[in-house]
Design a protein around this ligand. Sequence first.
Ligand SMILES: Nc1nc2c(c(=O)[nH]1)N[C@H]1C(S)=C(S)[C@@H](COP(=O)(O)OP(=O)(O)OC[C@H]3O[C@@H](n4cnc5c(N)ncnc54)[C@H](O)[C@@H]3O)O[C@H]1N2
Ligand code: MOO
Ligand SMILES: [Mg+2]
Length: 404
Amino acid sequence: MMGGEQPGLLPVEEALARLMSLAEAAPIDETERVALADADGRVLAEPLVAALDLPPWANSAMDGYALRLADWQGEPLPVSQRILAGSAPGPLQPGSCARIFTGAPLPAGADTVEMQENVELDEQGRVHFREPLKPGQNVRAQGQETRTGDQVLAAGTRLGPIELGLAASLGVAELAVRRRPRVAVLSTGDELVEPGLPLGPGQIYNSNRRLLIAWLQRLGCAVVDGGILADDLEQTRAALGGLSHVDLILSTGGVSVGEADYLGVALREAGELSLWKLAIKPGKPLTFGCFRGVPVLGLPGNPASTLVTFGLLARPYLLRRLGVQRVAPLGFAMPAGFSWGKPGKRREYLRARLENGRVVPYPNQSSGVLRSAAWAEGIAEVLEGTTLAEGDSLRFIPLSELLG
Ligand SMILES: Nc1nc2c(c(=O)[nH]1)N[C@H]1C(S)=C(S)[C@@H](COP(=O)(O)OP(=O)(O)OC[C@H]3O[C@@H](n4cnc5c(N)ncnc54)[C@H](O)[C@@H]3O)O[C@H]1N2
Ligand code: MOO
Ligand SMILES: [Mg+2]
């Protein structure tokens, strides 16, 4: 399309919904078994089902004394055994109590534990219980957390420290996970130079490559580094064609309407362009298509646009291909610490911080300014067609929610 024509922009939620259905149609569903030590950030391929009760046996929640409250008449009790964590006690002798420590198994016959702070010992070493006792107090019953056969994690769960700890608590040493997605990263632009090399006239350093590779690795992807791609249609076709083995080609730049923007051209030529021009700022020219069957996500080249579109759209797309169901960033509502007078045509994502409980945007919101994101703690969403007065609420999405 030539001239000043400005076709309708696709609303962000519609773009996300389309990406999600495209992701569901192209699942990365091969699985592999990995040790827990290698499972952080991976996606569970099968439900995790408990093969034992947790706790496996009743145990004490306190350091103190275990007794059988059902038979106790209020008299001082002699101590018949001492039970440390890791031991296997015999049954409780009738008419006695047991010295017991936190995490130690309750002896058969005992049903209640009193903490040591609430008892007194007399010269005969008998225990006087000073406070009223409740049946079962300070006892962690067998299976109170989990019963054998319970599903504790669903397939499609993304594994993090908590899930790994939970699997370990059930004695699981290996998990079935989806294989890592293979994602190629291409940085388009004749102006780009890698850090460490001298900068010539008109050149800038390639920041998107590092940003995306580090982020993809955190997401558990196997990255194919495609380096810098010149602004040239022939080379663009060749580069895309040479990546037939990956699950996704992720590029930056070359998707707008400039005369050196060839990514969109190559996708259009291949006849498989399914998404272009979103009502999002930054990030409008985001492009999604396929090149000879390989999905291609063309992020806009401006670094803050790359960041916002990767976090809001590419990341959920990749996670959904791995079977993760809850993918969209949630954030929470916070009051604006600024006003917004001019309703926009695009939904804006401001790089912002929380100060005194209010959202404060970085002063320079230009999509070329990556420093805005390094300063920010999150991105704040200003809906299209709206104005804001100070104190009005808007959604704030912490960067930590996007980066993990
Ligand atoms: N006439 C119009 N011009 C532009 C429009 C428009 O609608 N009409 N959209 C603007 C918007 S919005 C964006 S965003 C940019 C995006 O364009 P591209 O994705 O095609 O990106 P490039 O033009 O190749 O680069 C944009 C900008 O970012 C710098 N860049 C690119 N790659 C990197 C990298 N790897 N590391 C650091 N910086 C990078 C590049 O030098 C440019 O300054 O288009 C607007 N134009
Ligand atoms: O949409 Mo562009 O990313 O504003 O600069
Ligand atoms: Mg370019």
